[in-house]
Design a binder for this molecule. Structure first.
Ligand code: SF4
Ligand code: SF4
Ligand code: FES
Length: 562
């Protein structure tokens, strides 16, 4: 994904012998010592090193003791009693992030010298650091706090006045900088210039007066700026959206997917007591590495929008009134029974999960309805993660045969006007007025049934409104634009009486056809994997947290088996 994957060896089979804390082991040539220690289940603390960025070696926290094979007078390694080379240790520690392993290298990660060095580095780093922890948003996931526990001295020998630096600096639209907390690791600078190719941040002034800033006339506003709040090891960069909202240790973490475009970045949903507080990227080298875009990250506020639909509505005398689910489902079923299958049209949605789409597919098959399509939702593709498909599961609609890419839908306005379509079922909150079916035309339908999370021009015209669940409120799977099947997990309950669409469709199916074999989302998956050839043999455990590549939905040969 970027050229700096230090955690990935160039060749996992090219192994060299190294000794880590007295134990000989084989590690891939070229890995740096921080990564080697990690693989050896040891830990070398580090601030400036980040596996996806270039190495600068400026924090000095990763000091370790290094040795090389002791050479005899014959210039051959001297062997110890165990037959392995004896190590000659260098008197001066080295930095692990900028040292790649070589054959026979000795590494000590926790010797007294190493611990002494780390104590010294921590003392330096904290000289000017403010005592902000009680009011700092990074508390709970701050590397200064964490390493202080192990390497802090507990008291400061610094009696001079601390250097005062700017606090609460408005660095860009979404990021606030507290310069006093910055430890000058330059991760944010490197992320911007190396990953985003946006040279916007830099250090000014010298020594303890060094300060992070945006270049004159520039603002730190690129589309991925919030990733720097994740990788800033301290509380210097914080998200305007999340700061002061919630202590991180109160957050429940749920593995899920971003559904704001077809890439399907892997995310962790941070929620508490039924409210989502933040989304953060979850590492998946096959999808988004360790990053996500700011748009997707902040696109969860709709969950609490004033337009949120949270109970079924039925139209009577031209007005929508709250109703029970039983009445709403019955009214939908009665209305659909009154028209012939070829007078029904269905808007499936690339926002629905595969499970929801499958229940719909089964229902349409039982009813004999063939007029089904999806609304295209163009996204703003960039050359990094954002996809040109604004729907997260367009590939799923294609896999299940529920989309013709909007071609059928383009004829529906005319068919409604001619009375060929009398009933329209709109799922996934699609907005048909914007998609080209005028409100007057929709007004001619005998029945318009809408399911979605937000009220819009289409829902306001509907005879039946069925409130659905949003991405953080449902469990299921989606297929991203590159053909990767991925799982999402419910983090919070849907508000009010809103329900996941597979439940809505299951109830509608029971009312319409009596079909009742799908009682849980797991049942749906089992039936779907038994029926859809490309999913055959897959279960949720096999899909795993990182998803699995499905070769058969290849588009122009983009996707390989994995
Ligand atoms: S703001 Fe954070 S990421 Fe940037 S240099 Fe300072 S400590 Fe490092
Ligand atoms: S690139 Fe797409 S999937 Fe990834 S975070 Fe952005 S909107 Fe979400
Ligand atoms: S992590 Fe190695 S010097 Fe900063």
């Amino acid at each position: 994904m970027n050229p700096w994957n230090h955690d990935v060896a160039k060749d996992e089979k090219d192994l060299v012998d190294v000794q880590v804390d007295g134990v000989w082991m084989q590690m891939p040539r070229g890995l740096n010592v921080v990564e080697v220690a990690h693989r050896a289940k040891k830990f070398i603390p580090h601030y400036c090193y980040h596996p996806k960025l270039s190495v600068v070696g400026n924090c000095r926290m990763c000091l370790f003791e290094m040795g090389a094979p002791k050479m005899g007078p014959d210039r051959k390694p001297v062997l110890g009693a165990d037959g392995k080379p004896e190590i000659a240790w260098m008197p001066r520690p080295q930095i692990g992030c900028a040292t790649n392993i070589a054959p026979g290298m000795g590494i000590r990660t926790d010797s007294p010298l190493v611990k002494d060095c780390r104590n010294g580095v921590m003392e330096f780093l904290l000289i000017n650091h403010p005592l902000d922890c009680p009011i700092c948003d990074q508390a709970g996931e701050c590397k200064l706090q964490e390493y202080s526990v192990e390497y802090g001295t507990g008291a400061s020998r610094f009696v001079e006045n601390k250097v005062k630096k700017p606090k609460n600096v408005d660095l860009g639209k979404r990021i606030v900088l507290d310069d006093e907390r910055c430890i000058l690791c330059s991760r944010c600078i490197r992320f911007s210039s190396e990953v985003m190719k946006d040279d916007v941040l830099g250090f000014v002034n010298r020594g303890s007066h060094s300060t992070l800033t945006a270049y004159p006339g520039k603002s730190f506003d690129n589309a991925y700026s919030l990733n720097t709040a994740d990788i800033c090891p301290v509380g210097a960069l914080t998200s305007k959206d999340f700061r002061f909202q919630m202590r991180v240790w109160f957050l429940k973490e749920t593995k899920s997917l971003c559904t704001s475009c077809g890439t399907g970045c892997n995310i962790t949903i941070g929620s508490r007591e039924g409210k989502v507080h933040r989304l953060t990227p979850r590492e998946n080298e096959s999808v988004n590495s360790q990053w996500m875009c700011d748009f997707g990250r902040l696109n969860f506020h709709d969950l609490e929008s004033k337009k949120r639909l949270d109970r079924p509505l039925l139209k009577a005398a031209g007005q929508q009134f709250p109703a029970t689910w039983t009445d709403a489902i019955q009214r939908s079923a009665d209305a659909l029974k009154k028209v012939k299958p070829d007078e029904i049209a269905v808007v499936a949605s690339g926002r629905l999960t595969n499970e929801e789409l499958f229940v719909l597919k089964r229902l349409l098959g039982e009813l004999g309805v063939t007029r089904v399509d999806t609304v295209m939702n163009p996204g703003q593709a960039d050359n990094f993660l954002r996809s040109g498909d604004g729907n997260p599961n367009s590939r799923g609609t294609e896999l299940l045969g529920l989309s013709s890419g909007g071609r059928k839908l383009s004829a529906w306005a005319g068919e409604i006007a001619l009375g060929k379509i009398k009933a329209l079922l709109v799922l996934g909150g699609e907005e048909l007025v914007a998609a080209g079916i005028p409100a007057e035309t929709l007004g001619k339908l005998e029945v318009l049934i809408f399911s979605g999370i937000l009220s819009n021009a289409t829902s306001q015209l509907a005879h039946v409104v069925l409130p659905g669940a949003a991405f953080a409120e449902k469990t299921g799977s989606m297929l991203n634009v590159h053909g990767r099947l991925q799982r999402m997990t419910r983090a919070i309950p849907a508000p009010g009486e809103a329900r996941e669409d597979w439940m809505i469709l299951r109830d509608m199916r029971m009312a319409l056809t009596g079909g009742n074999s799908l009682h849980s989302v797991e049942d749906v998956w089992k039936s779907m994997s038994a029926e859809i050839a490309q999913l055959s043999g897959l279960n949720w455990a096999r899909i795993g947290d990182l998803g699995i590549q499905i070769e058969s939905v290849l588009h122009q040969g983009q996707v390989k088996a994995g």
